[in-house]
Design a protein around this ligand. Structure first.
Ligand SMILES: [Fe+2]
Length: 390
């Protein structure tokens, strides 16, 4: 039995101009050998701080990473939240396009993600090059090749790790940083007419808090979203595989064509997901505006329990409603670029944050990450009950 350790959780220190209100470092724990009590403390730290960077896990065994994932949600039984590698390739749509998803041998639910040549033998994976895992190919208007080579980049795609069909989203995602690119900081441009940009070391993951976003809303808006819900499309990532994203990485660009329901093929209507617009943090009770706009097919809006919901199925209108809220927080001061170094394990609350990778020029070297999460044993809970039959 592993012994409990007095590991330390230290909130991230922010500069005066930084306004994001989450993030912590954890030191003094060995994830290869962690006690049940420490798993509970770690879980509480993630619900509370939303992103924790667990320092010094360079020797973590991939099987132990998967074990940790299952211990953080012990009632979960469903495997990786995006399903096994075969089903992900068949129906992963936008997420799987041209992308080879590789599991670590012996711990297949731990996925190798990143960019570039992964070495002669990476935990048994031989001479593997990640071709398109990290790229700006989601954007309708990507940066020009010469700007990109000079370090101008974009948020790849703001999202939550959620299949939104069949399985419930993982509570947490674990991402161990094995190898990072090197070089000068990149400039992330919004390129949306706002003129906004921020600098970042290459290879980081960006986060904003959807609970902080909730706190920025008016009382009327809170009233409305507290009582409302969203219906996601069947096979939502396949549904949007012909669509492209806005330059700031948030939401779909105008003009894309969704697959028709006929093109999507047969689906199981009981697997279609309806979720509240607001997800309540099970530990702190904080509310988060957690809506994966790019996959939303219908909104059901009402401001009280007794009201008949107004159904919105016009995709333009859905997009306008969701981005009208989310764009308020997409500003440099609210974005946390988790400062993970090689060997660190990043664990985040997937029910209260959005995240995005950030592409970089390959001349800066390969990026190697081990990612794992498990479909949640219990899905998101809203502040008030919603009707799943409406
Ligand atoms: Fe992700």
């Amino acid at each position: 039995m592993a012994e409990s350790t007095p590991f330390t959780v230290t909130a991230v220190e922010r500069q005066p101009e930084e306004k994001y209100n989450f993030g912590a470092f954890v030191t003094g724990v060995d994830l290869n050998n962690i006690s049940d009590d420490d798993v509970d403390r770690l879980k509480a730290a993630v619900w509370r701080h939303k992103v924790v960077v667990v320092k010094n896990q360079a020797n973590l065994d991939p099987e132990k990473q998967w074990e940790l994932v299952t211990r953080l949600d012990p009632k979960a039984t469903d495997g990786h939240s995006h399903g096994n590698i075969t089903s992900f390739r068949a129906k992963g749509g936008l997420l799987a396009q041209g992308r080879e998803v590789v599991g670590i041998p012996g711990a297949e639910n731990v996925r190798l993600i990143g960019k570039g040549f992964q070495g002669k033998d990476h935990y048994g994976i031989k001479n593997h090059t990640v071709e398109r895992g990290l790229s700006n190919d989601f954007h309708n208007v990507p940066p020009s090749p010469s700007d990109f080579e000079n370090g101008i980049t974009r948020f790849q795609r703001w999202h939550i790790d959620a299949p939104l069909y069949g399985k419930d989203p993982a509570w947490f995602t674990t991402l161990r940083c094995v190898k990072l690119p090197r070089g000068e900081d990149l400039t992330i441009e919004w390129a949306d007419g706002s003129g906004l940009s921020m600098r970042s070391p290459a290879g980081r993951t960006a986060f904003f808090s959807t609970s902080q976003l909730y706190s920025m809303l008016t009382l009327e808006e809170k009233q409305l979203i507290d009582h409302s819900w969203v219906e996601y499309a069947p096979y939502p990532y396949k549904w949007i595989e012909r669509c492209r994203g806005n330059s700031n990485g948030l939401g779909l660009a105008d003009g894309g064509t969704h697959l028709t329901i006929e093109e999507l093929g047969e689906y199981d209507s009981s697997a279609v997901k309806k979720y509240p617009l607001v997800w309540v943090n099970p530990l702190t009770g904080e509310k988060a505006f957690q809506v994966h706009g790019i996959c939303a097919r219908r909104l059901y809006l009402r401001s009280s329990k007794d009201e008949e919901p107004r159904v919105i199925d016009d995709l333009q209108e859905i997009r306008k409603f969701i981005l009208g809220i989310q764009n308020r927080i997409l500003r440099p001061e609210y974005i946390f670029l988790a400062p993970a170094e090689e060997g660190d394990m990043v664990i985040w609350d997937n029910y209260g944050l959005f995240h995005s990778a950030i592409d970089y020029p390959l001349k800066m070297g390969p990026r190697t990450m081990h990612q794992a999460n498990i479909a949640g044993s219990v899905g998101p809970k809203g502040p008030v009950p919603i009707s799943l039959t409406a």
